[in-house]
Ligand binder design. Structure first.
Ligand code: UD1
Ligand code: UDP
Length: 360
């Protein structure tokens, strides 16, 4: 069996690494394709090194651009690779432009598509990710859903065939990776004390490209910092670009703005933060894996189960709501849920078993 794995953005390197290892364990021939959507060292290569990912067989070097330009260039280049390599199946991850381009190029050539992280929905069609995930799910042959709710979302859209609730590959990799890190070393590097700081990441287009939203979120963060609470802010390049464009001043006492950190460092920060303020999909769940609640400056989330159980909080990009919800969590103790809703840490193994042997 020949599989082409298509990745391009930070969260996809993290998800694909653990599946790739399972493929190798089962002696499946995997061809690894990196579109080049993310290209900075700390948005791409650092994950290949840390997670021991295979060197890409194809690096397309597409880079940044408008949605049409970026997706279109990927489509052309991926098609060339598929025609040359003739894989039995194409594996795509998540909901980025690389996901859609990979799925579309394959489906048009009648090559089966397997979608890891299928069935997530925000029901907000203004999000580029929502378009990408809905379209990808509807042209996929195997749909690996991370949760029961994701399976239900697919059913409601009439997708029943090829759907498997395998759990979340991000849980697998987080569980395994945290054991490999010296937590104290990372805390010392940033001069942080466990459970005495807040971690924040912001990068969603609706929050960066919209000046009011970005101002509200940054003001909330800086006001919390001014109350004497340390905040570490690994800044996504998209967010950095807009902060510079709008001339927003981040030089506030207690606010530590750093370049994007490695995955291992990120896990340590998530585990040891008291609260996380994030609009990231992956970080919301990782917070939960480690018992750290997240305040989400969005109006909706794909990971609704964490809202339903009262673990995470949606505030929208509203300054006062963010401050209130964050301080409430900072000064209280959240009960850690033992019963994990993201599977048993074996999602990647289940995915590869199904790819190789059919349904289990
Ligand atoms: C993309 C995904 C988003 C995902 C995120 C993960 C889409 C539509 N969006 O958003 O779903 O949550 O990745 O992080 O696919 N840039 C750099 N260096 C890089 C990469 C990007 O400077 O290595 C800057 C460029 O100015 C670029 C901007 O970031 O224009 C946005 O990058 P892009 O890949 O288009 O979208 P993300 O916001 O990263
Ligand atoms: N991440 C990281 N370093 C950072 C910020 C995030 O390694 O500085 C990791 C994080 O632990 C998670 C993934 O990147 O595994 C989430 O990616 P991102 O927030 O970019 O995208 P999303 O999950 O929202 O699509």
């Amino acid at each position: 069996m020949r599989v082409i794995s298509i990745v391009g953005a930070r969260p996809q390197f993290i998800k694909a690494g653990i599946v790739s290892r399972e493929l190798r364990n089962k002696c499946v021939k995997e061809i690894f394709l990196h579109t080049g959507q993310h290209y900075d060292f700390n948005m791409s290569e650092v994950f290949f090194k840390e997670l021991n990912l295979p060197k890409p067989d194809y690096y397309l070097g597409i880079g940044s651009g408008s949605h049409g330009e970026q997706t279109g260039k990927m489509l052309i280049e991926i098609e060339n690779v598929l025609l040359k390599e003739k894989p039995d199946i194409v594996l795509v991850y998540g909901d980025t432009n690389s996901t859609l381009a990979g799925a579309l190029a394959s489906a048009k050539l009648h090559i089966p598509v397997a979608h890891v992280e299928a069935g997530l929905r925000s029901f907000n069609k203004t999000m580029p990710e929502e378009i990408n995930r809905v379209l990808t799910d509807h042209i996929s042959n195997l749909l690996f859903a991370p949760t029961y709710i994701a399976v239900e979302n697919l059913r409601k859209e009439g997708i029943f065939k090829g759907v498997y609730n395998v759990g979340d590959v991000m849980y697998d990799v987080a569980l395994e990776s945290i054991k490999k890190v010296n937590e104290q070393e990372v805390l010392d590097k940033y001069n942080l004390k466990s459970k005495e700081f807040i971690l924040t990441t912001i990068h969603r287009a609706e929050n960066t490209d919209n000046k009011d939203n970005l101002f509200n979120i940054i003001e909330a963060i800086t006001e919390i910092a001014k109350k004497g609470i340390k905040i570490i802010f690994p800044i996504h390049p998209r967010t950095k670009k807009f902060i510079e464009k709008y001339n927003i001043d981040l030089r506030v006492q207690n606010l530590l703005v750093v370049e994007p950190v490695s995955y291992f460092e990120m896990l340590v920060l998530e585990k040891n933060a008291k609260v996380i303020i994030t609009d990231s999909g992956g970080v919301q769940k990782e917070g939960y894996f480690f018992g750290t609640p997240c305040i989400i400056p969005r109006n909706e989330t794909e990971w609704v189960e964490l809202i339903d159980i009262g673990f995470n909080t949606l505030t929208g990009a509203k300054k006062e709501k963010i401050i209130y919800a964050t301080l409430k969590e900072f000064y209280s103790c959240k009960e850690i849920k033992e019963n994990n809703i993201y599977g048993d840490g074996k999602a990647s193994r289940k995915i590869v078993d199904i790819l190789v042997n059919g349904s289990n």
